[in-house]
Design a protein around this ligand. Structure first.
Ligand code: BMA
Length: 315
């Protein structure tokens, strides 16, 4: 008798990949690692592309159904040409996340330069004009995701500093004004000989569920053939996001489709955005092999249950 196949937690969209460089009306080598949000009745996707000099820019695409996207004729964000940002964005802008909060959208992205990588914060209300606010980290800190709500009057973010002493882990920090951040502490660490043994990092900005804040993050395992990037889930307390209620022992998504297994960087699924829907599902968006954009759907309750019923230690 043939074994019954267990339904995957994340149902891949049938027409993946949903966006490739062939859909972009200006010359790029890749389309990946996009932040996505629902704005009015449209899905807005801000995606990363390598240009033909190897440095990255951010493009914009729009969709009515969250799967079929049309790319705007011009890039959305390219390295700044004046002021302090230009010095720190000279090598490109990457991996943008979008947080809806208090009627506007906060954009956090990696800024690369000869000084290293740091995170810049910008804001928009309409995805037409963008205002750069501040460079909010020093070098060697990436993957900043801001919660879509303030806690006791403060903004809260998850991020991932680099370290030589301990595997790269997820930290939490607080800010009264989005510019000055502190009270930092570590909340989630890799587990030895586990799918996320090498490093973990924030993925999509957390979204609210009845049971807690759902955070989809990435974890990396080093194999003889290179690193494998997968996605996992952690549930943070609704009132105190520094408290993790449960983090799933198992991954929710790993590279399997041909465009995830091979491409510019093989064996990578990497998320910067997820959109919760009113019907209890969440659309998850991920870059496949740093080359194309993919999408899938999961039941939010399944992800919550995975965190609560089959957890591992956060630290
Ligand atoms: C990480 C980042 C991501 C990328 C991933 C896999 O370190 O650079 O932008 O998707 O590696 O290459």
């Amino acid at each position: 008798m043939k074994a019954k196949r267990v339904a995957p937690l994340v149902q891949r969209y049938k027409n993946n990949p949903i966006l490739t460089r062939d859909d972009v009306p200006y010359p790029v080598g890749t389309v990946h690692n996009a932040g996505v949000v629902k704005h009015n009745d449209r899905y807005i996707m801000l995606f990363r592309s390598h240009t033909h000099n190897g440095r990255s820019i951010i493009g914009k695409a729009e969709s009515r159904d969250g799967f079929s996207f049309e790319v705007h004729p011009e890039p959305f964000l390219t390295p700044a040409t004046g002021g302090v940002f230009s010095e720190y964005e000279a090598f490109g802008v990457e991996d943008l996340r979008i947080t809806p909060i208090e009627g506007e959208y906060l954009l956090t992205y990696s800024a690369y330069s000869r000084h290293g990588v740091r995170i810049a914060l910008a804001r928009t209300r309409d995805f037409e004009s963008v205002e750069r606010v501040s460079l909010i980290t020093q070098a060697d800190l990436r993957n900043v995701v801001i919660f879509p709500q303030k806690f006791d009057g403060r903004y809260v973010r998850l991020d991932r500093p680099h370290s030589e002493i301990t595997p790269w882990s997820i930290w939490i920090s607080y800010s009264p004004d989005l510019v000055h951040w502190g009270d930092s502490r570590m909340v989630l660490k890799p587990v030895p000989y586990h799918w996320d043994e090498m490093k973990v990092g924030p993925g999509a900005p957390p979204f609210r569920t009845d049971a807690g804040w759902m955070h989809i993050y990435h974890g990396v395992f080093q194999t003889m053939a290179g690193a494998v990037y997968r996605l996992g889930v952690a549930l943070h307390d609704l009132d105190d996001p520094a408290k993790i209620l449960g983090v799933s022992d198992q991954w929710i998504l790993q590279p399997e489709d041909p465009w995830e297994v091979s491409g510019y960087v093989p064996n990578v699924v990497f998320t910067c955005g997820a959109v919760p829907e009113d019907d209890g599902t969440v659309k998850i968006y991920w870059g496949g092999a740093d080359t194309v954009m993919c999408a899938g759907t999961a039941r939010i309750d399944d992800l919550v249950q995975l965190c609560l019923t089959a957890p591992r230690q956060p630290l």
